[in-house]
Ligand binder design. Structure first.
Ligand code: FAD
Length: 256
């Protein structure tokens, strides 16, 4: 009952194809629903592209395509841009600069068309960016989280998701004071979402929502208090996250 073109994948790894497909969908589909972009939405877009330019661990031509868009946005001094102009820069390709125009989910494949895919890849993208910020020695713990917050608020197509995420961010994201805490904040918020959504109709039965990483992915991340209650071993979770979402650990199968 899996989709016809099912792509076998390793459930313990992150795929570049999901990250590139997330960028393609975000930049060519989601943002495309706004023909003119201005104000807080333009600020959100500029910061998003700037963070991608700094931390997206892409193949060289994909990084060059992101850089071209970032350079172009930097010199737009007006208060608004037309999506069509943005798109023209994004679609200006050469052998060493392109973003493939394909959606090819791998680790984010769903057992049915309407499961997983883009929302899964958005989480994957931002976890990867928080880990890359950590790895490259960024000194701004708010940078990636605020970009995600504003992107989701201004562009993410799932509006109830955006409202939920904004509520979580408004609650305590400003208390994140280190880049390692930023990666952990996103991990813990994602687990809150997982627990809220477990058992809902939106859950892919082949990919049940669990508190992540489950023991089969990271046994040392889990511990029991003397009371018998489950507890996370935060240092182990951070080590696990840093490795799991590390650019060196990404798989490049199925890329165009
Ligand atoms: P996802 O939750 O999308 O996770 C993708 C992958 O990330 C998993 O396969 C796993 O490998 C890894 N992962 C899982 N948990 C963690 C973690 N804690 N830390 C690091 N990595 C992890 N759907 C709704 O129905 N209601 C909502 O309110 C809602 N809010 C959302 C808010 C945001 C910002 C986003 C991006 C999505 C939201 N969604 C919401 C969609 C939902 O969270 C899932 O993305 C979707 O149901 C697909 O689930 P999935 O099984 O692919 O796993």
């Amino acid at each position: 009952e899996m989709e016809e073109q099912w792509r076998p994948f390793n459930k313990t790894r992150v795929y570049m194809s999901d990250l590139e497909s997330a960028l393609h969908y975000s930049l060519r589909v989601e943002i495309a629903s706004h023909s003119v972009i201005s104000g807080t939405q333009l600020t959100a877009l500029r910061r998003y592209i700037s963070v991608l330019n700094k931390y997206f661990p892409g193949r060289p031509p994909v990084k060059n395509a992101v850089k071209a868009v970032n350079d172009w946005l930097q010199v737009q001094k007006g208060t608004s841009i037309n999506y069509s102009d943005f798109r023209a820069i994004l679609d200006t390709t050469s052998t060493d600069s392109y973003l493939p125009k394909v959606v090819r989910w791998v680790g984010c494949q769903g057992s049915k068309q309407h499961f997983r895919g883009y929302p899964c890849a958005v989480w994957t993208l931002f976890h990867t960016l928080t880990v890359q910020a950590l790895e490259t020695g960024s000194s701004d713990p708010q940078e990636v989280l605020q970009v995600m917050r504003q992107y989701v608020r201004r562009f993410f197509g799932c509006r109830p998701c955006a409202d939920h995420f904004e509520n979580m961010a408004a609650e305590n994201v400003d208390q994140v004071l280190s880049v390692s805490s930023a990666a952990l904040w996103l991990w813990s918020r994602h687990n809150l979402v997982n627990s809220r959504l477990a058992g809902e109709l939106s859950e892919d039965p082949h990919f049940p929502k669990v508190q992540w990483p489950p023991p089969d992915l990271c046994v040392s991340c889990h511990s029991l208090k003397s009371s018998g209650e489950h507890t996370w071993v935060i240092n182990e979770v951070l080590t696990f996250l840093s490795n799991y979402y590390s650019p060196q650990h990404l798989l490049h199968d199925y890329l165009s």
